[in-house]
Design a protein around this ligand. Structure first.
Ligand SMILES: Cc1cc2nc3c(=O)[nH]c(=O)nc-3n(C[C@H](O)[C@H](O)[C@H](O)COP(=O)(O)O)c2cc1C
Length: 220
């Protein structure tokens, strides 16, 4: 049998949480996430790695029930949009803007007490790499990165006993219009519903369906 990790207590807890996590189809609309837990989940998003550390995405937290109602038909009618305690819309930057690199250099300079002149080489390297991308290439590249944050947020939520559903079943253009972000330079790419499962959600009892780990991971 192939063994891939030591079964330390800590890892087992995380694996237990991941086994308990499932893409929640029906949330209990009356159960709300505490501010403290929400802050932890949002922090896990902010602490997630991104290419170069640029964080070229935004997370829209949709709290207005009226907006949620409008988003439902643009989300294949999925009930999670209105019933979940929290709805986070991850949106990636659609085109290159040199200013984003300069802002990032400003943050590094402050947080690490480095003179900005010392960062010029790094900034110029990033600028040369990113400016040569077409908008299409840039958009594909930036759209991948929110998924890393989404994955971390789902695992962190699971360790807190909070349920979630990642949602790609929605129409990004309609979301942009409803959320009034069409001219923001960000495009919705994936949605995360967070809350507590409804007792009526039969999906929670379904055994996990996964490939054998030896088929997924090949040692070479
Ligand atoms: C990027 C992504 C998009 C998804 N979109 C939806 C969705 O729109 N609606 C939904 O109910 N589940 C969605 N899912 C959930 C998957 O169907 C689910 O994760 C998969 O079947 C495995 O089941 P489990 O997560 O319950 O273990 C999505 C999952 C991912 C990773």
């Amino acid at each position: 049998m192939e063994v891939y990790f030591e079964t330390s207590t800590k890892i087992m807890n995380i694996i237990d949480a991941m086994n308990n996590r499932y893409a929640t189809k029906k949330f209990d609309a009356d159960k709300k996430i505490s501010q403290e837990d929400l802050d932890t989940i949002l922090n896990s998003i902010n602490l997630s790695p991104t290419s170069y550390g640029l964080q070229l995405f935004k997370v829209y937290r949709v709290t207005d029930p009226e907006l949620r109602k409008q988003l439902t038909p643009a989300s294949w009618g999925q009930s999670q949009i209105e019933d979940a305690s929290e709805l986070l819309v991850f949106a990636n930057r659609t085109s290159y803007d040199e200013a984003n690199i300069d802002e990032y250099m400003d943050r590094i300079s402050i947080e690490r007490s480095v003179p900005k002149e010392n960062l010029t080489g790094y900034a110029d390297f990033m600028k040369s790499k990113l400016s040569e991308m077409s908008d299409l290439h840039f958009g594909v590249w930036t759209s991948r990165q929110p998924y890393i944050a989404l994955g971390n947020a789902m695992t962190v939520a699971a360790t807190l006993g909070i349920d979630s559903c990642p949602i790609e079943g929605f129409e990004p253009e309609k979301y942009s219009d409803i959320l009034n972000i069409a001219d923001s330079g960000f495009k919705p790419v994936v949605v995360m519903a967070l809350g507590y499962r409804s007792e009526e959600d039969a999906t929670q009892h379904a055994p996990k369906v996964r490939r054998p780990i030896g088929d997924l991971v090949k040692s070479l």
